[in-house]
Design a binder for this molecule. Structure first.
Ligand SMILES: O=P(O)(O)OC[C@H]1O[C@H](OP(=O)(O)OP(=O)(O)O)[C@H](O)[C@@H]1O
Ligand SMILES: Nc1ncnc2[nH]cnc12
Length: 207
């Protein structure tokens, strides 16, 4: 197992309740008895050895499957950016799209999608970023955001920060104003926020 793979995906699992317990708590999500962030945290499932042996994958599908928890997750993301005159929410393929679209709707902002190579049909710019083996890239339509647009970049999870950092470069190349990055989950031990500029980063749940 390459060392970087282990570091990116390994997360502590001891403090995450089993999913059966989370189902029990669901009706209290967002109430005084169970604050929103705890309700979200309770529904993030650790999956050991996915996608490779030694990796603990943070599975967000239980957050999505529960109506109350999905709603309070989107509401919590929106609360961070309400009143900030955000013109575009930039969602990162693919799990970032899940949260970026309802956030854009909640803020009355446009949705901009950043996609993996070969998916966007129109004229585009591209930024490479490091993976465990070699490189990948992300792409943005040239007419998606423009000079002065106030934008927030959204993804489900911050690990090393390489993905979000590449998107930050795409945003900067278009002359848009990056107001910050929003994540549902942050793997703090990987220090991704330091790479992005800590003051720029907000996340709902930290492991
Ligand atoms: O901070 P980093 O170390 O760059 O890692 C975080 C990225 O990894 C995951 O995406 P993945 O590439 O697995 O794609 P997916 O959303 O299509 O599953 C996650 O959704 C983030 O985009
Ligand atoms: N541990 C992890 N769980 C889910 N997505 C990830 N992306 C990078 N590391 C991850």
């Amino acid at each position: 197992m390459p060392r970087e793979t282990l570091e990116v995906f390994r997360t502590a699992s001891a403090d995450t309740p089993p999913i059966g317990q989370a189902v029990f708590f669901c009706p209290l999500a967002g109430s005084a008895k169970m604050p929103a962030m705890d309700a979200i945290r309770a529904r993030i499932r650790d999956v050991p050895d996915f996608p490779k042996k030694g990796i603990v994958f943070k599975d967000i599908t239980p957050v999505l499957q529960d109506a109350a928890t999905f709603k309070l997750t989107v509401d919590a993301l929106a609360d961070r950016w309400r009143g900030e005159r955000i013109a575009k929410v930039v969602g990162i393929e693919s799990r970032g799209f899940i949260f970026a679209a309802p956030l854009a709707y909640a803020l009355g902002a446009g949705l901009t999608i950043v996609r993996k190579p070969g998916k966007l049909p129109w004229e585009r710019i591209s930024e490479a970023y490091a993976l465990e083996y070699g490189q990948d890239a992300l792409e943005l339509h040239i007419d998606a955001i423009g000079p002065g647009d106030r934008v927030v970049v959204v993804d489900d999870l911050l690990a090393t920060g390489g993905t979000a950092e590449a998107v930050g470069r795409l945003v900067a190349r278009q002359g848009a104003q990056l107001c910050g990055y929003s994540f549902v989950v942050e793997l703090a031990f990987l220090n991704g926020r330091r790479r992005l500029g800590s003051e720029q980063v907000s996340s709902l749940v930290t492991f």
